[in-house]
Structures are given as structure tokens and as C-alpha cells.
Design a protein around this ligand. Structure first.
Ligand code: HEC
Length: 357
């Protein structure tokens, strides 16, 4: 089989949601576990549209309302609305730092967010009852948007556009755990691998382009750094930033970030994706519940004495989760959060509000 067929086959296989991650991790009905930088989680599903412009979704057909139809009676009163989601996208989660939504119709990065990944309840149903939340099929983003595509496609291939060409998705292959997307546009053949950069909220795109003309890159609304183009191989680093006023949680920022406070902690609990593993109502998730945690005694794997869950313990648990692993939970499951002191204090204050009287 040549590599092109293989790519195509991979594309087909990925129509079913499956983790590229090792056997030790699995997708549950509820939500995560998330991927990591080394072993990202790849998921093909409907995606929410956080308010992308028509220019970005230029190759998408709009859905139209249709008359309700009954097999017995024919047309009946009422209308059926189209499902408003992005159907052909591929999600990749690299842990709490970065998730991306790469669209196979536009063949571009539509948006990126940090925190959690996707809440699949709308699509897959509640883990217990199997019931969906709504008939929308569209999962919800967990976390905070840090990049939303604007304007026309960032990659410009000159000398070929006498007419506007639609890109054609060819599939993706996984290189060292990270997917590389493959598409053609006219005579150009493009491969792009996307991963987290070293700076917070940065996204790196590694391109290999075979094109008849010169290749340019322009990202509307974001600072980028581009390396030199060596025989069609170059990288672009996009500096993301919290996106205010569109989807995600950044919209509801009603707290101060001057000094630590409970409201900020509550927002971080959502934005950083803690809620994917820690409940606030006493139910056991991938991690222990935060309800009644503060001030209680916690049994730790490999320690005879229990540890009091005070500020120091909670702060350590966030920055270095493997320092003390709660009994009956796997070590190394929670990713370390190298976040600022004020963020850590705010989270601790939030957890404190859930203490037993
Ligand atoms: C991918 C799942 C996951 C995410 C996301 C996660 N945790 Fe955890 N967390 C765990 C697991 C599993 C444990 C128990 C094992 C251990 O101690 O490492 C844990 C333990 C803890 C503990 C100690 C709890 C106890 O009962 O003693 C605290 C505090 C904590 N996490 C805070 C956080 C905060 C704050 C966030 C978000 C910034 C977060 N966690 C995100 C899985 C997660």
C-alpha cells in the first residue's frame, strides 16, 4: 500500500472516536482523561462553533430549516433546524495547556483552547443513564479559548490562484504521537503538524509544502514567528491569548486578578479543567471530590500517617501531584499545573469554601 492510500485509510478509521494514547488511558462517557504533550488524545466528533466568521467557514454549506416530515402523513406543521456544529473537525488534546480544533473541510486550525478538553455529554449521554443533555450532538468546550481563526486561510500559495480553490483533506498520520494533517489545494501538497509551543498559550505549526509557487503565511489578529522556508519546510509559532466575548469561559470574567480570591478560584476550576476530574458535590471522578476535602485527613499511598488537607497540602497537590498520591488513585494521572502563585492561592481558597462545617 502506498503512503497516500495509508493516509486515506487512517482518515477513514479516525471517523470513529478513538484515542491514539496508550492502553493505560481510555475515553470514558463522561469526559476526559486528557492527553499529554507526548501522547495527545485525538478525537473526531462534532465541534461547537464559538462564533467563527463566514470567511473562516467559507467552504462550509449553511444548513437550512426544513419542513417537518412524517412518514405516514407527509409534510406536517413545524420545522427542523439544522445541527449547528462543525462536523468535519478533528480535536487534539495535549493536556491542560492546549487543545486544538483542526477542520478537515477548511483544512485549517479553527480554534484552540486550554484547560480541559470536551464535555461529550450532549453527544454520548450521561455515563449513568446514557441520556443526552439535548438533541444537539455538539459537545461543549471545557476551558478557555486562546486562539480563534479570523480572515481567509493563513497559508497563501502564490501563482496558482486564478480562481479560489477549495482544499481537499487527504487524512492524517501520527508522528511520535502527534497527528500531521495532509491536504492538497490545487497543485499544492501541504502537511502540517501542530503542537504546543514553549511559551504559555503558544501553538507551533510545522509545515511541509510542495507548491508550484511561493508560499506565504499570514495569521489575522495574532502575533506569529515564522522560520525560514527551507525547501518548503518551515514552522510558524502563533502566540495565543485569552479570547474575550466568544464561547469559552473568558466571557464571564467578573473577578479581579489583582490578588487571590474565591471567584477567580472558581473560574480557574473550570478554565483549567479541574472539573473534568474533581467534582464539588461529593461524587468520585477520575480524582477525589473537592467537597469536604479542606481540613480533612487524607490517606496517602505509601504513608502510614494521614495528611491534613491544609493550604500547603493543596498547593503542593496542584504544582506537584505525585509528591503525595491519594490512596486508591493512580499516580501521575493528574498533570502538574505550573501556574502562578495567585492562581494557586485562589484555587485553594475556592476548595476551602467546599469544606465541611
Ligand atoms: C486528569 C484528571 C485530573 C485533573 C484535570 C486534575 N486533577 Fe487533581 N487529582 C487527580 C487525581 C487522580 C488525584 C489523586 C491522585 C494524586 O493525589 O495525585 C488528584 C489529586 C488532587 C488533589 C488532592 C486531593 C485529595 O483528595 O487529597 C488536589 C488538591 C487536586 N488534585 C487539585 C487539582 C486542581 C486544583 C486541578 C485543576 C487546576 C486538578 N486537580 C486537575 C486528577 C486530576
Amino acid at each position: 500500500m502506498n503512503s497516500r492510500n495509508l493516509l486515506f485509510l487512517l482518515g477513514l478509521l479516525s471517523l470513529v472516536a478513538f484515542p491514539v494514547a496508550g492502553e493505560d488511558r481510555f475515553i470514558t462517557l463522561s469526559n476526559l482523561p486528557m492527553g499529554t504533550r507526548e501522547k495527545p488524545l485525538v478525537l473526531r466528533t462534532y465541534f461547537p462553533d464559538p462564533g467563527l466568521t463566514r470567511e473562516v467557514l467559507s467552504n462550509h454549506d449553511l444548513g437550512y430549516r426544513a419542513r417537518k416530515y412524517s412518514p405516514g402523513k407527509g409534510d406536517v406543521d413545524g420545522f427542523v433546524d439544522p445541527i449547528l456544529g462543525i462536523p468535519g473537525a478533528i480535536g487534539v488534546n495535549f493536556g491542560p495547556d492546549l487543545s486544538i480544533c483542526w477542520d478537515a473541510t477548511e483544512c485549517r486550525l479553527l480554534y484552540a483552547w486550554r484547560g480541559g478538553f470536551l464535555d461529550m455529554t450532549n453527544y454520548w449521554g450521561e455515563p449513568e443513564s446514557g441520556r443526552r443533555k439535548g438533541f444537539g450532538y455538539i459537545p461543549e468546550l471545557v476551558g478557555e479559548l486562546i486562539f480563534v481563526a479570523k480572515g481567509s486561510h493563513p497559508l497563501g500559495i502564490f501563482d496558482q490562484y486564478t480562481e479560489i480553490l477549495a482544499p481537499e483533506f487527504k487524512g492524517y498520520r501520527v508522528i511520535d504521537g502527534v497527528p500531521e494533517f495532509h491536504y492538497t489545494v490545487g497543485e499544492a501538497d501541504v502537511r502540517v503538524k501542530i503542537e504546543p509551543g514553549t511559551e504559555p498559550m503558544s501553538i507551533v505549526k510545522h509545515y511541509t509544502v510542495k507548491a508550484p509557487g511561493e508560499v506565504g503565511y499570514y495569521e489575522t489578529g495574532y502575533k506569529i514567528k515564522k522560520t525560514d522556508d527551507k525547501d518548503g519546510t518551515f514552522s510558524v509559532t502563533i502566540q495565543g491569548k485569552p479570547v474575550v466575548g466568544m464561547g469559552g469561559a473568558a466571557e464571564e470574567q467578573e473577578y479581579s486578578t489583582e490578588k487571590p480570591n474565591v471567584e477567580w478560584g472558581a473560574a480557574l476550576y473550570t478554565n483549567l479543567g479541574c472539573l473534568a476530574c474533581h467534582s464539588t458535590d461529593g461524587t468520585r471522578g477520575h480524582g477525589p471530590t473537592f467537597a469536604g476535602l479542606y481540613g480533612e485527613e487524607v490517606p496517602i499511598t505509601g504513608m502510614d500517617e494521614k495528611v491534613i488537607a491544609d493550604d500547603a497540602y493543596i498547593e503542593e497537590s496542584i504544582v506537584n501531584p505525585t509528591a503525595k498520591v491519594v490512596e486508591s488513585y493512580p499516580p501521575g494521572y493528574m498533570p502538574p499545573y505550573p501556574i502562578g502563585k495567585k492562581e494557586i492561592k485562589s484555587l485553594t481558597m475556592f476548595i476551602k469554601t467546599l469544606a465541611n462545617e
